[in-house]
Design a protein around this ligand. Structure first.
Ligand code: AQP
Length: 360
């Protein structure tokens, strides 16, 4: 119907994927958006890769942090448990230092603008783009046909989660980089198709930092994950001191002492991971950790790591328990956050409806 020809094979980092030029600059304010799914107990990877960054950023930029319950239901969730799991994630946010008077904390499903913009974006995104998403391939495994459609299209909803607030920065772990590229492509294609340069920002993934990719304690080549069947593969935020120490003691390692240089560390994924975890918890670089422990065996390093992990995570899990003892207060915080988030999302959705040409 006379639509302009549009490229449908876009991938780029710092350029507008539609033009391959620097993006038309977005003139709106800086904003941070991110979220975590209430699909199981949070682990050290979620804490270091996401929660710690959220708490830091709230002091610098307008920050929106949601509990991603709409993403969680892309795989089966027991309806009797889901609201409780949502409160648990909210409690973890608060325990990690998020302050509801600074950051807007809310359940994703309470702001219907995410789903509405998500639909528009389903019509903007191309099938070929989604076909490349490696996380879907990993999560659907051998049972692709039996996966929900939502699991396949969830990165499109994620783009709406971000762009409905016109967020410019998204703090996430390394595993989310590809989804952020998709968000940039959707933003660029929307701006291009509707001839509105700079309407949506092309948000940046903030993946830097020592906790961006924490690996399984059982396999240095797999990321630490909620859905790993082995509980020993991860440290949960709710683990007690003995459990943390035991999991670190049992963590897979090689028989060699810790190396002196980063170069040697690279070839030893399990050692590299434990050194990285130590560094992230102690706010040290890997080189600094090696300067302290290089040449020592795991018999000395693992107890030091266990003590550090208990000292850092113990107060977080204590605080989580305190917040969870008062679910009414969590609900109040989530309700107030949802109201703020709805107000922030409404103008974007209003403009999008106009731009797309919907009846109003
Ligand atoms: N191992 C990890 N290292 C660093 N960051 C991580 N994240 C997840 N795993 C690691 C980051 O945590 C945030 C929330 O993730 P999510 O709730 O969307 O879950 P996920 O990315 O699917 O990862 P999970 O928690 O391990 O769950 P499953 O088992 O379902 O894959 C994101 O910012 C993520 O990058």
């Amino acid at each position: 119907m006379g639509a302009p020809a549009r490229p449908n094979d876009l991938y780029s980092e710092k350029t507008d994927p539609m033009t391959d030029q620097p993006p038309v600059s977005y003139a709106g304010p800086q904003r941070v958006v991110s979220g975590v799914q209430p699909s199981g107990a949070l682990h050290l990877g979620n804490y270091l890769g996401a929660l710690v960054k959220f708490a830091r950023l709230q002091h610098q930029i307008d920050t929106f942090i949601f509990v991603a319950d709409m993403h969680a239901v892309t795989v089966w969730q027991d309806p009797a448990l889901l609201a409780g799991q949502t409160r648990e994630i909210a409690a973890a946010y608060l325990a990690a230092g998020l302050d509801p008077s600074k950051a807007t904390i809310f359940p994703q499903s309470a702001v219907t603008a995410h789903a509405e913009l998500g639909w528009i974006f389903q019509c903007v995104a191309r099938l070929g783009w989604l076909d490349r998403m490696t996380q879907f391939k990993e999560k659907s495994g051998k049972h692709k046909e039996r996966s929900s459609v939502g699991l396949y299209t969830y990165p499109v909803l994620q783009a709406a989660d971000i762009l409905v607030y016109k967020a410019t920065q998204v703090p996430v772990g390394d595993d989310q980089k590809q989804h952020l590229e998709l968000t940039r492509d959707i933003a660029a294609k929307f701006n291009h198709d509707f001839d509105r340069p700079g309407f949506f920002p092309l948000p940046e993934a903030m993946t830097e930092g020592p906790g961006a990719r924490i690996m399984s304690l059982r396999d240095g080549s797999a990321k630490m994950s909620k859905s790993d069947p082995s509980d020993n593969s991860r440290i949960n935020l709710t683990d007690d001191a003995d459990t943390i120490a035991q999991k670190i003691r049992k963590a897979r390692t090689d028989p060699e002492p810790l190396p002196e240089t980063l170069e040697e560390l690279k070839a030893r994924p399990e050692a590299d991971n434990l050194v990285g975890v130590y560094g992230a918890l102690a706010d040290m670089t890997k080189a600094q950790v090696l300067a302290e422990f290089g040449g020592q065996g795991f018999g000395a390093f693992k107890p030091a790591l266990a003590d550090l992990a208990v000292a850092k995570l113990g107060p977080v899990s204590d605080a989580m328990r305190r917040y969870l003892a008062d679910p009414a207060e969590i609900d109040r915080i989530l309700g107030a956050g949802a109201e703020r988030a709805r107000a922030a999302a409404a103008p974007t959705l209003d403009e999008v409806r106009k731009i797309v040409g919907f009846w109003r």
